[in-house]
Design a protein around this ligand. Structure first.
Ligand code: GLV
Length: 324
C-alpha cells in the first residue's frame, strides 16, 4: 500500500499528479487554511506532508500524528515548523532553498524601485484624476543609481539582490554574523560593515534575515532612529523582523523617506496604519510568486518527500540528527 500524505494547501495539478504516483494523497485544492485543529485531524493518519509557511506545525500538531515521518515545507523559511519537536519525534523537516532566490530578489528590487520613485502614490493620484498638467517639480523621488544599498542578512537571496545592484552602479554594504569569503565579496563588490554602520549609511536597506525569536524586532524604534531620514527600508523576509508600529511612526513623521514591504506582523492581518501612508509600496507576501518558481518550490518539496518516504536522505533536510 502507498504511504498516505497530506498536501496542506492548494498546489498545481502537475504536483499532485506526480505525488499520486508515489502516495495516497489527501489534497486541499479548496485551499482552506487548516490551522492547528485542522492539521491535527488531517495529519493523524499520514506518513508525510507538503506544507506551507502558513501551516503552524507546532509540537501539539506533530505529536497528534504518530505515523509522521516527514514534513516538507514549500518555502525557504521554516519558522512555522517546531524543528526541535520534529527532531524529538523523529520527523524529518525540509525546506526549499535555492529555487526562489532570483524571484525573491526581483521582488525586493520591485519594491525598492517602487518606493524610491513613489510609484504607488503617483499611480493612485493619476487614477484619481488629479493630474492636471506636467510640472517640473512634481513627484520628485530618490535616485537609486550610485546610492548605497545595505543588506541585512547576506545569504543566497541577499547576494542575489546585491548582484543586481552592479547594474545600478551602487555601493553595496552588508551585515551578517559571518562575513562572506573575500572572493564572494569581490564578485558582487560588497563590503561587510557592523550593524550600526549599515543602519547609518544605507540609502536603501533590504532585510533578508530568517525569522526566529532571536530576530524578532531586529528593526525597531532605536534602529530606525539611526537611519537617514532620506533612506528607504525594504522587507521581503518575514513579518516580525520589523516592529511595524515603530516603522509606521517613523514613516508618518518622515524620519524615514519610504518603505517597500511584502511581509507583515500577524499577516494576513496587518497594522492599518500602513494604509494611511503615501510613502510605502505594499505587497501581500508574494516574494517567490512567479508560476515557474512556485512550481519549482512545490516540486522541490515533492523531491524531499519522495526521498524521505523511500528511505533516502531528503536533499534539503533541516534536522540531520533525525537521519543519524
Ligand atoms: C516564503 O516566504 C518562503 O519562505 O519561501
Amino acid at each position: 500500500m502507498k504511504p498516505r500524505i497530506l498536501v496542506a494547501r492548494e498546489v498545481f495539478p502537475e504536483v499532485l499528479e506526480r505525488l499520486r504516483r508515489h502516495f495516497e494523497v489527501d489534497d486541499n485544492q479548496g485551499d482552506t487554511v487548516l490551522g492547528i485543529e485542522g492539521l491535527k485531524a488531517r495529519l493523524a493518519d499520514k506518513a508525510g506532508a507538503l506544507t506551507a509557511a502558513t501551516d503552524p506545525l507546532m509540537a501539539e500538531v506533530i505529536s497528534a500524528a504518530p505515523g509522521l515521518k516527514a514534513l516538507c515545507n514549500f518555502a525557504v523559511g521554516y519558522n512555522n515548523i517546531d524543528l526541535a519537536a520534529c527532531t524529538r519525534a523523529g520527523v524529518m523537516a525540509t525546506n526549499t532553498p535555492g529555487v526562489l532566490d532570483d524571484t525573491t530578489a526581483d521582488l525586493a528590487w520591485a519594491l525598492l524601485m517602487a518606493t524610491a520613485r513613489r510609484l504607488p502614490a503617483a499611480e493612485r493620484w493619476l487614477r484619481n484624476g488629479e493630474w492636471k498638467g506636467w510640472q517640473f517639480i512634481q513627484w520628485l523621488g530618490s535616485d537609486i543609481h550610485h546610492a548605497t544599498l545595505g543588506i541585512l542578512g547576506m545569504g543566497r537571496i541577499g547576494q542575489t539582490v546585491a548582484r543586481r545592484a552592479l547594474g545600478f552602479d551602487m555601493k553595496v554594504i552588508y551585515h551578517n554574523r559571518t562575513p562572506l569569503a573575500a572572493e564572494q565579496e569581490a564578485a558582487i563588490r560588497a563590503t561587510w560593515v557592523d550593524k550600526e554602520s549599515l543602519l547609518r549609511e544605507s540609502d536603501f536597506l533590504v532585510l533578508l534575515l530568517p525569522y526566529s525569536p532571536a530576530t524578532h524586532h531586529t528593526i525597531g524604534a532605536a534602529e530606525l532612529a539611526l537611519m537617514k531620514p532620506t533612506a528607504h527600508l525594504i522587507n521581503v523576509a518575514r513579518g516580525g523582523i520589523v516592529d511595524d508600529e515603530a516603522l509606521i511612526s517613523a514613516l508618518r513623521q518622515r524620519r524615514l523617506s519610504g518603505a517597500g514591504i511584502d511581509v507583515f506582523e500577524g499577516e494576513p492581518k496587518f497594522n492599518p496604519g500602513f494604509l494611511e501612508l503615501d510613502n510605502v509600496a505594499l505587497s501581500p507576501h508574494i516574494g517567490s510568486s512567479s508560476r515557474a518558481t512556485r512550481m519549482a518550490m512545490a516540486m522541490t518539496a515533492a523531491d524531499n518527500l519522495i526521498a524521505a518516504l523511500s528511505g533516502q536522505r531528503p536533499p534539503n533536510l533541516l534536522n540531520p540528527e533525525v537521519w543519524k
